[in-house]
Design a protein around this ligand. Sequence first.
Ligand code: NAD
Ligand code: TYD
Length: 371
Amino acid sequence: MITEKETTKEMVRTYLVTGGAGFIGSNYIHYMFRKYGDQIRIINVDALTYAGNPENLKEVEERENYTFIKADICDKDAIRAIFQQNEIDRVVHFAAESHVDRSIRNPEVFVQTNVYGTAVMLNCAKEAWEQPDGSFAEGKKFLHVSTDEVYGSLEEDGGYFYETTPYAPHSPYSASKASSDFLVKSYIDTYHFPANITNCSNNYGPYQFPEKLIPLMINNALQGKSLPVYGDGKNVRDWLYVDDHAKAIDLVQEKGRLGETYNIGGHNEKQNIEIIHTIIETLLEMLPKEDERRKLVSKDLITYVEDRKGHDRRYAIAPDKIRAEIGWEPETMFKDGIKKTIAWYFAHEQWMENVTSGDYQKYYEEMYKGN
Ligand code: NAD
Ligand code: TYD
């Protein structure tokens, strides 16, 4: 006889989230607990590389329906054991090396984590979910979180990335993400593996590691450090507030057609230099009159530096398919999102201090050589 407790337990869906201690993964976990509360269980598997910060999940770590496992997605035995020991219903695969500049300096780890690690995740999920007749158990779903950078670069004056746009990655980062997307597609085509791929534009928001444009500029400006602009500063990115991405991922898993790819972006194209000016203006608007840092924040900090090698000129997503099929729309206007982001960094000075010490600092010195 099934007890009431067991029935309730059965209804609790278990998510295996990889890379949940990173920027988007931690925001996604917070979003999911806000939305579903105790109706879900999340197991977060993260190797805690330089980009993984358990502090990002401080507020959820005491929850009974949250488990953290420190493991490398390339460690087949560790990942297989997680699937054997838990009835996993959903995989949401974020874990990756994610920074283009690092990929230019050290491509191998990108191939290892992003390509091989994805192969391990796919294979372990397939092993756990495949039934004797080759079909997959009802309700099992794998979502691979990818990037618009797989599509390459657009001309300044036109065009958008659609799901049908041919892949043309340029950096080792985007090439490794493209390879991982193809692996997922191959599992869908070969085994009818129950997966989706999402290709999203640039995210911004709380918990973003300050090697990426927006938190780097906020952090430097507040310390009166130079603001390094690559090339002419006119490269365009399509910025999306991270909660809107988290919502889209959840909706794709709930309502998306299995096997499909969905582009996620918000028609919010901006040149890098425009972003930097907005950050300076917003900081000056938000800093209290008596705050000493007001004296440090200035447009004079803007410093044009050598361009990134192979720097993609423009990214822009056409989110038509996800809007039409799933009803997702970005909700956060950039002017509001940037304020929320800056307010978060104001309230989390200690977080910033912690992540900008140690290894990150060494990397930073090497990268900018005293700029
Ligand atoms: P991030 O670098 O902030 O976090 C990556 C996380 O993965 C970290 O917690 C890290 O410890 C973990 N990780 C790295 N290697 C691992 C390994 N071998 N095993 C287990 N864990 C490992 O990255 P992010 O910005 O949060 O991006 C998450 C995902 O979203 C990535 O797949 C990225 O390609 C994709 N994406 C990012 C953006 C963006 O703007 N940041 C946009 C579109 C897609
Ligand atoms: P980044 O945040 O690294 O994201 P991605 O390369 O994945 O788009 O960079 C966003 C844009 O900002 C990109 O065009 C490079 C540029 N950039 C700078 O000009 N200066 C910087 O210090 C950084 C980190 C990026």
